[in-house]
Design a protein around this ligand. Structure first.
Ligand code: NAD
Ligand code: UDP
Ligand code: UDP
Length: 323
């Protein structure tokens, strides 16, 4: 594999996606340095990797410089759920912007390749559907989601300027909604919310009328896409959309979770958050042709695996009232 003996830095490696990525990189033979400040990540996510001789963890905040010797960087450090990234919006913009500058400075000095975990949020509330990479987006620059959306947009700008100005080898992945085991149970994202609610017999909280759509990618597929993008020739920069093009309304998702968990939970309606995008679905033609990648795990199968994970955690979190 391409990653054999490479020294790979994963920022945000103790998070949901980052911990799966660390695992897969180790499987591929890489030496992995996981850097995380544990804001939303957890030791539990990486505890099983600690005995691995090629795995190392460093507690560090990427808004500060980092001097290490590495061959490749996956820059994932950033809170990703609205509850967490809106908790301290200034810190969110800082982690995207200063974090990108520091990691790009590190890549420039070491000659490492660097991949940015960008997001479908750069398209905002999209006026074009589905979203191709050429679409410039429809983002509110001053709303409650802006710290995340504009921070990630500025990070993309920095990546492309370091590429043009300093010849840094960059890869930009625009990640669409991803789910799976190790999602934070209380981070407010829809898949974890619905599963936790269904397993504890509480009503599933549908925001607005539930007609808004999202497309959900299982984490294993996403990580495969990230690693394929990193392995592309030097002239491939992206941005490349990575996501599952199967689109669902939140109402359909709620019903599916209730069915798969066997829960007796009802649905309840809460107000739609401000600037909540009405629809979202990736156009993945570029990922198909450049990376020969498309998702392989259907929502129902991925949900079953995720539900099984949350069930296993049930005792630890003290969830009650299933069925
Ligand atoms: P997560 O919150 O589980 O992981 C983010 C990790 O970054 C956590 O471990 C957190 O502790 C760490 N972190 C946050 N601030 C940091 C800082 N200043 N210094 C060092 N570490 C810091 O989220 P995730 O879902 O795993 O997302 C990972 C990346 O993928 C993020 O950059 C996110 O924006 C991007 N992304 C995720 C999704 C998704 O659906 N999960 C969609 C689009 C983009
Ligand atoms: N940086 C870092 N690690 C390195 C090299 C640089 O964290 O190994 C940081 C550095 O502190 C700087 C940022 O990356 O703040 C940008 O580096 P660059 O060389 O582009 O800018 P300069 O140092 O000239 O401001
Ligand atoms: N959502 C919902 N109930 C919840 C959590 C979220 O109906 O308990 C909706 C939310 O309004 C949005 C969609 O589900 O339309 C996806 O929300 P999430 O926060 O998971 O991701 P994002 O909005 O960042 O795509």
């Amino acid at each position: 594999m391409k990653h054999l003996r490479q020294r790979v830095l994963v920022t945000g490696g103790a998070g949901f996606i980052g911990s799966h990525l660390c695992e897969r990189l180790l499987d591929a033979g890489a030496n992995v340095l996981c850097v995380d400040n544990f804001f939303t990540g957890s030791h539990d996510n990486i505890a099983h990797l600690l005995p691995h001789p090629q795995f190392e963890v460093m507690r560090h905040d990427v808004t500060f410089p980092l001097h290490v010797e590495i061959d490749a960087i996956y820059n994932l450090a950033c809170p990703a759920s609205p509850i967490h990234y809106q908790h301290d919006p200034v810190a969110t913009t800082k982690v995207s912007v200063y974090g990108a500058i520091n990691m790009l400075g590190l890549a420039k000095r070491t000659g490492a390749r660097i991949l940015q975990a960008s997001t479908s949020e750069v398209y905002g509330d999209p006026a074009v559907h589905p979203q191709p990479e050429a679409y410039w987006g429809n983002v509110n620059p001053i709303g409650p989601r802006s710290c995340y959306d504009e921070g990630k947009r500025c990070a993309e700008t920095l990546f492309f300027d370091y590429h043009r100005q300093h010849k840094v080898a960059i890869k930009v992945a625009r990640i669409f909604n991803t789910y799976g085991p190790r999602m934070h149970p209380h981070d407010g994202r829809v898949v974890s919310n619905f599963i936790v609610q269904a397993l504890s017999g509480k009503p599933l909280t549908l925001y607005g009328d539930g007609a808004q759509t999202r497309s959900f990618c299982y984490v294993d597929d996403l990580v495969d896409g990230l690693m394929r993008l990193m392995a592309t020739p030097g002239d491939v920069t992206g941005p490349v959309n990575l996501g599952n093009p199967e689109e669902f309304t939140m109402r359909d998702l709620a019903r599916l979770v209730v069915e798969l968990t066997g829960s007796r939970s009802e649905l309840t309606h809460l107000p739609l958050p401000e600037d909540d995008p009405r629809q979202r679905r990736p156009d993945i033609a570029m990922a198909r042709s450049l990376l020969n990648w498309s998702p392989t795990i259907r929502l129902v199968d991925g949900l079953e695996r995720t539900i099984a994970y949350f069930r296993r955690q049930t005792n630890a979190w003290g969830l009650q009232g299933l069925r």
